[in-house]
Design a protein around this ligand. Structure first.
Ligand SMILES: [Zn+2]
Length: 577
């Protein structure tokens, strides 16, 4: 029951809600809200801007997205062909339009997503453009307004699209520190990586009437649970009832509501409170991830390095593979487990607590799977609930207060995609962890030990150093999920695994991972003790140089690490094309 805004040239259009035939001009005068039943049709970004900002006040940011195909992705069509078609179909350069404007005469920076452009998906260029809008807000000392419409991260850019959740979040963290208001306006639909980052980790979250938002999409949840979804699941009213949005606002009241928020933020700000912050302009040479010289150097689908990617996926999922508790037993000493999120639950899929590594106290937090079916079921297969993410957040903050480094061990197929998880705010729980790690004033080392599945993995992996076991994988989506959407055939999972560039050698080359940790041959589960020794030594080596770095420097460098994933392929190459 998707309602679509009428196209130019059509005299009449049928309401997606009540099927009434409506005179197009009348519908547009009513802001594309059906006068009969109140259904809010989807808006494209240009129309949304017309409705939201003061007439004539919008100035687009000068930045133009470059051609990007960072992993040389091919499914049935090469990715650049899909981009070309999206540009021709929308008249837009990318899935977001960014600029400055006034609303009720209050200045702000805006980023407005457009669902027509590859489902509003979050890729490197989109992440970069939104980040630049946030940096513009910081430079101008104005609030930032994000209007979201997205199916999630753009799988054709692999794990680099997942990194954009951190890229944008670190920019939001900077606005938070500067005391500048951030507001997101959720429109229909807002899902996946967008929901689990900047759509929900802003100061104020508004849902437009009729909006739906969630971490997992309804189709995936039905597939996983095998049950029909509750009435009104993930709708704006559901989100309000479950404490996930501040308000539900009908379209005709949005501009007024935003103006009121901007007025309050302006009145509350003392003029001299904010130090001048220079605009971040990462130099292309520094910004480019290590070893990546553009699409031309991306390895072709025919030459997967270091063994077949699908075989690696199978090794990463092997039930005999050491778990976080195994590593805590053998690579660390004196583990004292700490339980609970202090909000009503203790998630068994995340374990954490105090331990020692080479005699040094650390906070260890990791996903916990299991070796037997009973263990796996008891641990929910390592899929964290919102309570698991909130427990992790509590332990990270405790570590920072105590001055302890944080070590995270990542091994999850993804965050829990259940009905309960959505009710308890899975998207916001992940988003908050990503933001918290972007500001955490203590060293953080993450190790992808098995499966690094999507946003659930990133919620523990915004770190100063990211290590990866030799036969682990790290991906924006499971190969099966990617195959089902793009081929579309789940049997194409091996091809999808190769196309996604999810192995440790691939991710070292892309700069997403700093170091590969070798496993005992043929794989970790054949000699768990040796695997644990290798992991312990690698974490120690990564941690040591971080211990003497002043916290402010540490945080700045960590943000730069995640800032560059968007920056690398913009600006530097835009002029050349
Ligand atoms: Zn209607």
């Amino acid at each position: 029951m998707t309602a679509t805004a009428p196209r130019e040239g059509q005299l009449w259009s049928r309401c997606g809600g009540c099927a009434t035939l409506l005179y197009r001009k009348r519908l547009r005068r009513n802001l594309d809200v059906c006068p009969e039943c109140g259904t809010h049709a989807r808006l494209d970004a240009p129309e949304r801007l017309l409705q939201l900002v003061d007439p004539g006040s919008f100035t687009a940011l000068p930045d133009r997205p470059a051609e990007v195909d960072p992993i040389g992705f091919v499914d049935l069509l090469p990715y650049p062909h899909r981009l070309t078609a999206a540009r021709a179909g929308t008249g837009l350069a990318e899935a977001v339009v960014c600029g400055t404007a006034t609303i009720g005469r209050h200045p702000c920076a805006l980023a407005v997503m457009d669902f027509r452009f590859l489902g509003g998906s979050l890729g490197c260029a989109v992440g970069e453009l939104i980040t630049r809008a946030a940096e513009r807000a910081l430079e101008d000392g104005t609030p930032l307004i994000l209007v979201t419409a997205s199916g999630g991260a753009r799988m054709q850019e692999g794990v680099l699209s997942l990194m954009q959740m951190a890229t944008v979040s670190q920019a939001i963290a900077a606005l938070r520190e500067a005391g500048l208001l951030t507001v997101s306006v959720l429109t229909d639909p807002t899902y996946g990586g967008v929901a689990a980052s900047f759509a929900t980790n802003t100061d104020v979250v508004i849902a437009e009437s009729g909006a739906r938002m969630g971490f997992a999409g309804p189709r995936v949840i039905r597939q996983v649970t095998g049950r029909p979804l509750p009435e009104g699941f993930q709708t704006a009213d559901f989100l309000l009832r479950h404490g996930q949005v501040d308000m539900v606002v009908p379209r005709h009241a949005l501009r007024g509501r935003l103006a009121a928020l901007l007025a309050a933020a302006r009145a509350g700000r003392r003029p001299a409170a904010r130090p001048a912050v220079p605009r971040q302009e990462p130099s292309p040479g520094v910004a480019r991830p290590a070893g990546e010289a553009g699409a031309a150097t991306a390895p072709g689908p025919a030459d997967p390095p270091g063994g077949d990617a699908w075989e690696t996926v199978r090794l990463a999922r092997h039930p005999g593979r050491p778990t976080t508790l195994d590593y805590l037993e053998s690579a660390f000493d004196g583990f004292v487990e700490l339980h609970g999120d202090r909000l009503g639950a203790d998630c068994p899929a995340v374990v954490g607590g105090l331990a020692r590594l080479d005699g040094r106290p650390v906070m260890v937090i990791g996903h916990q799977k299991g070796h037997t079916t009973a263990e796996l079921v008891a641990r929910n297969f390592g899929m964290a609930s919102p309570a698991g993410h909130r427990k992790a957040l509590r332990l990270m903050r405790l570590a920072a207060r105590l001055g302890l480094p944080v070590v995270t061990l990542v091994d999850t197929p993804g965050a829990d995609p259940g009905v309960g998880a959505e009710e308890q705010g899975q998207a916001a729980a992940i988003a908050e962890n990503i933001l918290a790690l972007a500001v955490l004033p203590t060293p953080v080392v993450a190790v992808i030990t098995g499966e690094g599945g999507s946003g659930g993995a990133l919620a523990l992996a915004v770190a100063d150093r990211v290590l990866m076991l030799q036969h682990a994988v790290y991906s924006v989506i499971s190969p099966e999920g990617c195959a089902a959407i793009l081929w579309p055939d789940r049997g194409a999972a091996p091809q999808a695994a190769r196309a996604l560039r999810l192995t440790a050698p691939d991710l070292c080359r892309l700069g997403v991972v700093d170091d590969l940790v070798p496993e005992p041959a043929p794989a970790a589960h054949h000699d768990p003790e040796a695997a644990a020794r290798a992991l312990g030594a690698a974490v120690s080596a990564a941690l040591l140089p971080l211990l003497d770095v002043p916290p402010a420097t540490l945080v700045r460098r960590r943000r730069q690490r995640f800032r560059r994933f968007g920056a690398a392929r913009l600006g530097a190459r835009a002029g050349a094309r």
